[in-house]
Design a protein around this ligand. Structure first.
Ligand SMILES: [Zn+2]
Length: 379
């Protein structure tokens, strides 16, 4: 997975390492067969059960036969798995990957590729590496884990092959399902990669079911993961998790399993104009996965002469009358100073629009604009 925290030189080195593996395997068709990768890299794989003490002990004892010091005392492995919530381990000196057999098959596949990544990257060698749920998530920002996740993504999605396939399909969750079955990775990692590498204006969300939120749900941070393509980040920098989640709520039914919503919502772009997005939300019985893609040009270009909506749907902002209080203070210095209060619900989506207007009508062309917002959404 591309990640802005990933060092570009490290990424280039990993690309080369993965490229060599794929080339040695004859540039295979998807899905990538991990046993072939392990055979090429001379890696073994063993399983343990995180809910079965005896089995953990058995794996540990088996490995201790080889005389590895860390495995001579089975309790170390058992403790590590239990206390740290480990899902997978790499024992580099043994060239062995240990996988939690309790995890679903496709999650095991990601874990295995992640450990292959550690084994493949020369500067990760020399440490027994364990991984839990957090480090195995593509969003992990710890450098060594980001690198292993990047290698896993490059391997399992066959480098550029995936994005070439993805861009040849029309946007929508049908395409995510098609790519999931073609590459045999989890639907979550498939959605993640689709959005992250898309050249288009695309957004993704992983959340609870929008109508069945639990006690830990946060209105401010309603998404577990908020995934944005590079173009989305540039053009929709003000769109918040809450904006997107409100849209997801609007288009989703109360049902569970499969496609639970499809429809259009409006989001503010960086110029304060509303743009139409299409959303598809898929429920995998555990989480709601949403794919959104831009379908409209800016409103003022699309409909000549039409007025923007008074009440923008995404944020409830009155764009014609955005200023709720305007109080001139005593003139100081070269130009007048005003105290302004602009209240809106969707900070900071419409901010550029308002600032542009402030610069024009209040500061009369001065570029000296100072601005801050309080917790109530007032600027
Ligand atoms: Zn790791």
């Amino acid at each position: 997975m591309r990640n802005f925290l990933l060092d570009q030189y490290a990424a280039a080195d990993i690309d080369q390492l993965v490229g060599r593996v794929l080339s040695d395997l004859g540039n295979p068709e998807p899905p990538l067969k991990l046993p072939e990768v392990r055979e090429l890299l001379r890696l073994d794989r063993a399983y343990y059960s995180s809910s079965d003490d005896a089995a953990i002990r058995e794996v540990a004892l088996k490995l201790s036969v080889a005389g590895q010091q860390v495995l001579a005392r089975p309790t170390i492995l058992k403790d590590a798995i239990g206390k740290l919530g480990l899902k997978a381990l790499l024992l580099p000196e043994r060239r062995c990957i240990l996988i939690d057999s309790e995890a679903p098959d496709l999650k095991q596949r990601w874990s295995e590729a992640h450990e292959i990544g550690h084994a493949l990257i020369p500067w990760h060698s020399g440490t027994m590496l364990g991984d839990n749920k957090a480090t195995l998530t593509p969003a992990c920002h710890q450098q060594i884990e980001t690198e292993a996740n990047y290698a896993a993504g490059q391997l399992l999605f066959l480098k550029e092959r995936f994005i070439n396939d993805a861009t040849s399909l029309s946007p929508g969750f049908d395409s995510i399902n098609e790519l999931q079955s073609r590459y045999q990775n989890t639907i979550t990692t498939t959605l993640w990669r689709y959005v992250d590498l898309s050249p288009g204006v695309v957004v993704g969300a992983i959340s609870e079911h929008p109508h069945r939120t639990g006690r830990t749900f946060s209105q401010r941070n309603p998404l577990r993961y908020f995934i944005r393509s590079r173009s989305f980040k540039q053009q929709f920098s003000g769109v918040t998790e809450a904006d997107l989640f409100n849209g997801i709520r609007k288009i989703c039914s109360h049902g569970t399993g499969g496609l639970i919503g499809t429809g259009s919502i409006l989001l503010f772009d960086a110029n304060g104009q509303t743009r139409s997005f299409r959303l598809d939300t898929f429920h995998n019985r555990n989480e709601a996965l949403t794919l959104g893609w831009l379908v409209s040009e800016p409103n003022n270009q699309r409909r000549r002469g039409s007025q923007p909506s008074n009440r923008a749907e995404a944020g409830g902002v009155n764009l014609r009358h955005p200023i709720s209080r305007l109080a001139p203070s005593a003139p100081t210095g070269a130009f007048p100073v005003f105290t302004l209060a602009i209240k809106f619900r969707s900070y900071p989506a419409p901010l550029p629009h308002i600032i542009n207007n402030l610069e024009r009508c209040v500061f009369e062309g001065s570029s000296h604009t100072v601005c801050s917002a309080n917790s109530e959404g007032e600027v």
